[in-house]
Design a binder for this molecule. Structure first.
Ligand SMILES: O=P(O)(O)OC[C@H]1O[C@@](CO)(OP(=O)(O)O)[C@@H](O)[C@@H]1O
Length: 444
């Protein structure tokens, strides 16, 4: 048989993992699953979540709490059927669509259920990584219950108070049969990560390989303390003015004006009393843009935040590139994400070198990143789940501060304009124009 290929390139080609979520309702399992999926997909690792609740809803769209009582045979049968359907779709996805990380999002709260998944999935040569979210922090649980009663399709159109009461009742049914992984000491063979109170404490057991440890490391770094990430390009540079890409030029007069205005924009958006850490690239234009920010902000320079390396095209205008390397110019328009400049980088390369930045961002609280057009597109794509086709074309205007606030399901975006004129460096497909106005839609 020909060896299986996952095409990802950063791990053995036959690695396949099923991440099995474990935990009572309202413990943030879906939040964790969604974050893991977003991270993996951003790294081009085919990942998909199979939510058993969605399968169950086909059969039982608005069940009352009694449905989840293990003494209710009808409920038991339907819940079992939903789990079977989800696992069977996942196995099909691994086999037919080249899936690499499938996430089974369900409570999987009994030893029997975990054993069943392990047998069924393990038989196909797929590794099983259990991820349990345990939580005894009443405030966190209440916040999750509030979230569920307003957003769960199980309770649409219902009185929110009744929904919350019913949901608590449902949790009680689960509590009666719930066993935390290896609670009795007889699940020591399982590969698992146990996360207590969203990252305050973690236990890991028998992690086997690179991809597993990568997922585990990412999940260990998650936290849900409220925070935002601010993004800004550097102020307009001398090369921006000339329509030249790359380089390491100084700011233009207007770019300098933006640097002076930035502290005010930041104050307006961040407030005075929040400690902020500022990350710049190692290029002059981002460092110069950060230099009037308050001295008590911690500032760090990251090479990983330097602009996409345009290789032999560094310092050229788009017109010059189109004249000298017409085939390259066209190839880049056809597949901008994967096109790698001669002697330089592609967007895909930039994403790979930004991975430690994303990891560090997940661990951190308020951060302001001052970087470059391509780099900001890649970071934005992570938070906003932009596809590889779309992300390299997102307009990121100069002299604009972008605030991203992660929420339970998705990221909120706010923009603050400095109202200081700047050239547009956005270029549409097929065009060589020096400066264009970005497409009216799809921009930040
Ligand atoms: O991928 P495209 O759309 O060419 O955008 C990236 C380009 O953006 C630029 C500006 O044109 O970034 P920067 O603002 O950091 O100077 C170029 O240096 C860089 O090559």
């Amino acid at each position: 048989m020909a060896p299986r290929m996952n095409g990802v390139g950063i791990m053995p080609e036959d690695t396949r993992i099923c991440v099995v979520m474990v935990g009572l309702p309202a413990r943030g399992k879906s939040y964790i699953a969604q974050k893991a999926q977003r991270y993996l997909k951003w790294l081009s690792i085919p990942a998909k979540t199979f939510n058993v609740g969605n399968y169950r809803r086909n059969d039982a769209p608005h069940p009352s709490a009694d449905f989840f009582d293990t003494n209710n045979p009808e409920g038991e049968r339907k819940r079992r059927a939903a789990a079977e359907a989800a696992v069977s779709d996942m196995l099909k996805w691994f086999k037919e669509e080249g899936g690499v990380v499938g996430i089974l999002d369900a409570t999987n709260s009994t030893k029997e259920r975990r054993k069943w998944v392990l047998d069924k999935v393990g038989r196909e040569g797929i590794e099983v990584l259990f991820v349990e979210s345990k939580c005894d922090d009443e405030e966190l649980i209440m916040a999750n219950i509030r979230d569920v009663k307003t957003s769960s399709p199980d309770y649409v159109g219902q009185d929110p108070e009744k929904a919350a009461q019913d949901f608590r009742e449902r949790i009680r049914h689960y509590e009666k049969v719930y066993k935390s992984i290896n609670e009795d000491g007889d699940e020591d063979d399982l590969t698992y990560l146990k996360i207590m109170n969203v990252g305050r404490k973690v236990f890991i057991n028998r992690i086997q390989d690179y991809l597993q440890s990568r997922i585990v490391y990412f999940l260990m770094n998650l936290h849900i303390r409220p925070r935002s990430v601010w993004l800004s390009r550097h102020g307009e540079s001398v090369l921006n003015l000339e329509g030249r890409i790359g380089g390491d030029s100084e700011l233009s007069h207007r770019g300098e004006e933006y640097a002076r205005k930035l502290p005010e924009l930041v104050r307006e958006s961040v407030g005075d009393d929040r400690p902020l850490t500022v990350w710049t690239s190692t290029l002059k234009r981002t460092i110069a843009t950060a230099r009037y920010l308050p001295k008590h902000y911690n500032q760090l320079q990251w090479k990983a935040l330097d602009e996409l390396d345009a290789g032999v095209c560094d310092g050229m205008t788009y017109q010059e590139i189109a004249d000298r390397y017409p085939e390259d110019f066209q190839a880049r328009d056809e597949d901008k994400y994967n096109y790698r400049y001669r002697g330089g980088e592609s967007y895909r390369d930039v994403v790979i070198r930004l991975e430690p930045i994303i990891m560090e961002l997940e661990r951190s609280e308020d951060i302001l990143i001052i970087s470059h057009q391509a780099v900001i597109r890649c970071i934005y794509a992570y938070f906003m789940q932009k596809s590889q086709e779309e992300s390299p074309w997102v307009p990121v205007p100069l002299h604009t501060l972008i605030k991203l606030t992660p929420r339970a399901y998705g990221t909120e975006v706010q923009t603050y304009k400095a109202n200081i004129k700047a050239v547009s460096t956005w270029r549409g497909k097929g065009s060589t124009a020096k400066h264009e106005d970005p497409a009216p839609d799809g921009g930040i």
